[in-house]
Write a protein of this length. Structure first.
Length: 297
């Protein structure tokens, strides 16, 4: 009896171990087997990447898309991961990031989840030094969307046709918007502008504007009297007609500039906040930005 009991116990352990091994193999196969269309969990780091991924994924079945930070978080400079963030990443197959250094927490994520596939949307892009706000350039944003598509196809080849078709359609829409405002870029070439947000360096470059001065404003920025004086002097000496600013952090300074000079302050959307349901939010927001710049000049 004792021998039978021991044999049964050993057999049970073997069965359980084999089952665990099979389960682990099955889960791995869900992510890696070509042609497999099992569920895929995709997490994005913040809103611009969420919108890009949403358009690439489209109606692909059994793909769950979730954003790490709330859409009202804005840019991820100095963002601190929460316990809920780490729990969400523990369920992810793919983590899509902007890259370029915006996600300061990336090293922690990579250490905690070494098997997590990370897609860097800025990989291979020619970025402005110390400035990773690539999505503010329509041309670079198209490249980011392509990088996301390529990364998802590599991770989930079973849906490659869906991802590629969606990407081609979306990139065509972004390209059409870029083409629509190509004449405006020609008209604005060499016109001076002052920026109150580093993200707008990309937009200014794409529109041919000459950046005469810059003051990067955020919630922690302390502006000195000397900086204000320098900006006012630049407006006068370079005959700057327009300042591009973000309303959330630049409204007070913008009001001051308009009160003390003849400059017009245009509040540009950095496209870091919006609805999870609106797949067209990038196109809508960028179109509005371009119209505001057109009206200002």
């Amino acid at each position: 009896m004792k021998n039978k009991y021991v044999f049964s116990l050993v057999l049970l352990v073997v069965i359980l171990a084999a089952g665990a091994g099979f389960t682990a193999l099955y889960r791995h196969g869900q992510k890696t087997t070509a042609g497999n269309e099992s569920e895929l969990n995709v997490v994005t780091s913040f809103y611009p990447m969420y919108v890009a991924a949403k358009n690439v994924i489209g109606d692909a079945g059994d793909v769950t898309l979730t954003n790490l930070s709330e859409p009202q978080t804005g840019c991820l400079h100095d963002y601190q991961l929460t316990t809920e963030d780490m729990k969400l990443l523990s369920t992810a197959d793919v983590f899509i990031i902007n890259g370029g250094g915006i996600e300061d927490f990336l090293e922690k994520v990579a250490e905690q989840y070494p098997e997590l596939t990370i897609i860097d949307a800025c990989e291979g892009l020619d970025l402005i030094e110390d400035n990773a706000h690539a999505w503010m350039s329509m041309a670079l944003y198209r490249s980011q969307v392509e990088n996301i598509c390529e990364g998802l196809i590599a991770e989930d080849p079973g849906r490659s046709d869906i991802y590629q078709e969606n990407t081609d359609e979306y990139i065509a829409e972004v390209q059409a918007l870029e083409d629509e405002y190509a004449d405006l870029a020609g008209e604005l070439a060499g016109q001076p502008v002052i920026l109150f947000h580093e993200a707008y360096e990309y937009l200014a470059d794409e529109m041919g504007l000459d950046v005469a001065g810059e003051m990067d404003l955020d919630e922690e920025r302390q502006v000195s009297a000397g900086e204000v004086a320098d900006i006012l002097a630049t407006i006068e000496t370079d005959d700057v007609p327009v300042i591009l600013a973000e309303e959330l952090y630049g409204k007070d300074m913008g009001d001051r500039m308009e009160a003390e000079s003849d400059v017009a302050v245009v509040y540009i959307d950095p496209l870091t906040r919006g609805s999870y349901d609106d797949a067209d939010s990038y196109l809508e927001g960028m179109r509005k930005n371009l119209e505001l710049i057109k009206e200002a000049y």
